[in-house]
Ligand binder design. Structure first.
Ligand SMILES: C[S@@+](CC[C@H](N)C(=O)[O-])C[C@H]1O[C@@H](n2cnc3c(N)ncnc32)[C@H](O)[C@@H]1O
Ligand code: SF4
Ligand code: SF4
Length: 387
């Protein structure tokens, strides 16, 4: 019988138990934040008296729908049948059980991540002017094979009972082999964020395509002809029964086009998520400063939601209120487990790097949707986040 050569592929967390993973990961990401910004407020979990426990449980129940809404998957204009399907998937995949597990841990005073992100690739076919990924990219080899990703998924996201992983990069559609592994392993618990320039394949999850303005503005940010290619690929996928949501990152080049983008994509995309550009350097000209212009932009999106289509924009009112100013000092970065293209843990968040000496995003000017969305949906934030 031929001897099997042991696979030398190893990551430090492969041997960690679930408890150890939660503790070491949370210490790692919180430590990174504390070094970066002294104004950072870490979530303190305090033991409560019985009376306080009853009050807290009541408030959690009241706030639960807000957090559930951050789990992707519900159709744009949900019919009662969509709601039923969504609830049935939720129960069948045991995501409800995992959410309860996360909540129970939190109430026991233990923080654990609920979401994940994975940079599955270390290349991109575009070089968008605003992109954080190019800021910290290391030109080193070491991309993982599909089977190595399977091992990483089992030892990280699955071990930690993660409710949803966002597959990014670089451009993830350049590694369809790995996208397929995520679709198999994280069935109904994965989404892919793509620039849309490559055709999409059917997955057990959701696509988010990045739309960065109306055609001319998008091309200015992402490169010639990128808009037409992206729109054709989305339409082709939607025409064959697929669903694609959109994501727009607002910066000084494109914020004035946001309402036109909403109107144009309302008929094509399922829903749209809006976020703001996060700078890595001081005086970044792409960052839309806090104040009048930013507030007017947020007001106009909220008006669109109330007057034209209340289902299209994913962000909640609470999240938009946070995005008007600095919420990053209380960022719940421990809620999302971010891995780089080698399967190493990134710090302080999905925009950071596993290399602790890499340039860091500026938390006090952060506009990222997933983290502000989670903060807005967290159980009574006024109580569990200090001030
Ligand atoms: C890094 S890309 C990777 C996935 C894919 N290549 C794409 O463009 O969708 C993920 C998302 O991050 C957004 N993004 C890039 N740089 C950003 C920044 N500095 N601040 C906020 N979002 C940013 C992109 O617009 C895109 O929607
Ligand atoms: S396509 Fe995505 S990863 Fe590539 S440069 Fe643009 S934003 Fe960055
Ligand atoms: S998501 Fe924003 S606030 Fe949170 S750690 Fe990353 S840059 Fe900082």
């Amino acid at each position: 019988m031929a001897l099997q050569t042991p696979d030398p592929f190893q990551r430090e967390y492969f041997g960690w138990s679930e408890e150890e993973f939660a503790q070491r990961f949370v210490e790692k990401v919180s430590g990174g934040r504390l070094r970066q910004n002294e104004a950072y407020i870490d979530l303190k979990l305090e033991r409560k008296s019985s009376g306080q426990k009853v009050k807290a449980a009541y408030q959690d129940v009241v706030n639960l729908p807000r957090l559930v809404k951050t789990l992707p998957g519900l159709a744009a204009n949900p019919t009662p049948a969509d709601y039923l399907k969504s609830v049935s998937n939720f129960v069948r995949d045991n995501r409800g059980g995992d959410l309860f597990h996360w909540w129970r841990k939190l109430r026991e005073g233990v923080k654990t991540p609920l979401f994940g992100s994975a940079d599955i690739v270390n290349v991109c076919n575009l070089k968008c002017v605003h992109c954080y990924w190019w800021t910290t990219r290391e030109p080193t080899a070491g991309e993982l094979t599909p089977e190595q990703w399977r091992t990483v998924i089992q030892n990280s996201y699955k071990k930690m009972r993660i409710a949803n992983v966002t597959v990014v990069g670089g451009e993830p559609m350049l590694r369809k082999d790995v996208v397929k592994v995520f679709s198999e392993e994280m069935k109904n618990r994965m989404s892919v964020v793509t620039n849309g320039t490559h055709p999409m394949i059917p997955i057990n999850g959701l696509y988010f395509v990045s739309v960065d303005g109306t055609e001319e503005t998008h091309n200015r940010i992402r490169g010639p002809n990128t808009y037409a290619r992206m729109k054709t690929n989305v339409k082709n996928f939607v025409d064959t029964g697929g669903r694609v949501d959109a994501n727009m990152t607002l910066n000084t080049l494109n914020y004035k086009t946001v309402i036109d983008v909403l109107r144009e994509w309302d008929d094509i995309a399922g829903r749209i998520s809006i976020q703001f550009h996060t700078p890595f350097i001081d005086d970044d000209p792409l960052w839309l400063p806090f104040g009048e212009e930013r507030n007017k932009t947020i007001d106009s999106i909220m008006e669109y939601s109330s007057n034209e289509n209340k289902h299209f924009v994913i962000n909640s009112k609470e999240q938009f209120e946070l995005m008007r100013g600095n919420w990053g000092y209380k960022c719940p970065n421990w809620m999302i487990l971010p891995l780089d293209y080698r399967g190493n843990i990134k710090m302080p968040c999905c925009m950071g790097s596993a290399n602790k000496d890499a340039l860091q995003p500026q938390c006090d000017k952060c506009g990222l949707a997933p983290y502000s969305g989670v903060l807005a949906g967290l159980f009574p934030i006024e109580q569990i986040i200090g001030n």
